[in-house]
Design a protein around this ligand. Structure first.
Ligand code: HEC
Ligand code: HEC
Length: 381
């Protein structure tokens, strides 16, 4: 990877701010590392890591194995990676996910790049605040089944213990513990691995962080200006350099936030379809109807179809949805009135000839050029 260079001068204000804040955080968090140092471009924020699950190379390596391990599934033929495919930026190309036993999930698989920075996990769950806790959902969820580990925990832990390679990986990852083969350790290793899935190697990064002026096309650069403009207002919710919000960094906390982008208005009172009602499903507050977390736009060109229910097939149509201040589908897909709970930040904006393509070209410039995304420790053992 190219060496990070001093920040250039032609970048949007939002990026400047992120660079400054990120730089300070990178400095203050370096001391927390054990055998792990984040190998991030200069100015990139350092992820928060819970004190009881420090990063180590061995734990990340175990997590990587478990992420692809089909023994965690009830059919023995499914893994985290069956839905979170690294080649698709950890999504599956489906509008709604398909579980190990063939059940359809009400919502789409989320990309896992940059999950290290999430303030909450899932499309609209304000209660899950760390990756260790989140892992219980894919492992144990019953309706629908994702992997289906429930009731088979001790059997599977025994299988891990009896398999020489997996046993060695657990021993390296958790050297000092008595109860080494446990679901807690599975969850901790998966979390450590997922924290390394940080996107830093897109054309956008090369242009902004490494000053490679040819990295982005003229169209993508025009699109970047639109993206960060007050007219389009995208960066308010999808700020650089992570393109999601709110973000938790080492030393900086953030409360979960959710927004209604006006995808539906089924009854004139703002209703979203069953299974996709957003935070409302958890709180039953009418104002939480249709509110979802802001997903990252990094690698978004690889994660179609879009939105929590995959109901927008292309980036071009996502741009149209926003430019018309929310597509607001009524019961038969026709345009209904503006959703009363729609985020006030979303206003219709004009796109001149060519600007739609420019905005899409910018979104495409956020794709990593060297998957599989994971950052490594910097080699100091
Ligand atoms: C059946 C397909 C499927 C499998 C298998 C699966 N996931 Fe997911 N994953 C999803 C879906 C769907 C969501 C969004 C859930 C929601 O919020 O409704 C999701 C969300 C997530 C999120 C939240 C991301 C974010 O930005 O909030 C994480 C983290 C995650 N999965 C990790 C895992 C891990 C680790 C495994 C394996 C133990 C796994 N998943 C297995 C489908 C799957
Ligand atoms: C008020 C906050 C807000 C603003 C402003 C905003 N977004 Fe979003 N964005 C969201 C939320 C929330 C979602 C998820 C909505 C859902 O699934 O129901 C989302 C989803 C997306 C997605 C789909 C990502 C995926 O993985 O499915 C794209 C692409 C996107 N936004 C691009 C943009 C662009 C381009 C702009 C500016 C024109 C913009 N956003 C402005 C909040 C916002």
């Amino acid at each position: 990877m190219a060496k990070p260079r001093a920040p250039g001068s032609r970048r949007p204000a939002a990026v400047h701010l992120a660079l400054i804040v990120g730089g300070l955080l990178a400095f203050s968090a370096a001391s927390a590392a054990e055998d792990w140092r984040w190998n991030l471009p200069r100015g990139f924020p350092v992820p928060w890591v819970p004190v009881d699950n420090p990063m180590t190379k061995a734990k990340v390596e175990l997590g990587r194995r478990l992420f692809f391990d089909q023994r965690l599934s009830v059919t023995g033929a499914y893994a985290c990676a069956s839905c979170h495919d690294p080649a698709r930026a950890f999504t599956d190309g489906r509008a709604q996910a398909l579980g190990a036993t063939g059940e359809i999930h009400p919502r789409g698989t989320m990309p896992l790049v940059n999950v290290a920075y999430n303030a909450s996990f899932g499309w609209a769950n304000p209660e899950i605040r760390d990756l260790e806790t989140h892992a219980k959902i894919p492992l144990f969820r019953q309706e629908p089944v994702e992997l289906g580990l429930l009731g088979r925990e001790s059997e599977v832990m025994e299988e891990f213990e009896n398999d020489a390679e997996t046993r060695a990986a657990f021993e390296r990852a958790f050297p000092k513990t008595k109860k080494r083969f446990s679901v807690l350790h599975v969850r901790q290793a998966l979390a450590a691995y997922q924290r390394t899935l940080i996107s830093t190697n897109s054309a956008y990064d090369r242009y902004v962080f490494y000053d490679e002026k040819e990295a982005m096309s003229a169209s993508a650069i025009r699109g970047m200006e639109i993206f960060f403009s007050d007219r389009a207002g995208c960066a308010g919710c999808h700020p650089a350099p992570l393109f999601m919000s709110p973000a938790v960094y080492a030393g900086i906390e953030a409360e979960p936030r959710f927004h209604n982008t006006g995808l539906y208005n089924l009854d004139g009172k703002g209703r979203y379809p069953e299974g996709g009602t957003g935070v409302f499903e958890h709180t039953h507050h009418p104002g939480d109807m249709g509110r979802f977390r802001v997903p990252t736009l990094r690698n978004v060109a690889r994660t179609a179809p879009y939105m929590h229910d995959g109901s927008i097939p292309t980036l071009d149509e996502v741009v149209l949805h926003y430019a018309s201040s929310g597509r607001n589908h009524g019961p038969t897909g026709e345009r209904a009135a503006r959703n009363p709970f729609q985020s006030p930040e979303l206003k219709a904006f004009e796109l001149r000839t060519g600007e739609r393509d420019d905005l899409v070209a910018f979104l495409e410039s956020l794709s990593d050029e060297d998957p599989p995304y994971a950052v490594d420790a910097d080699g100091s053992d």
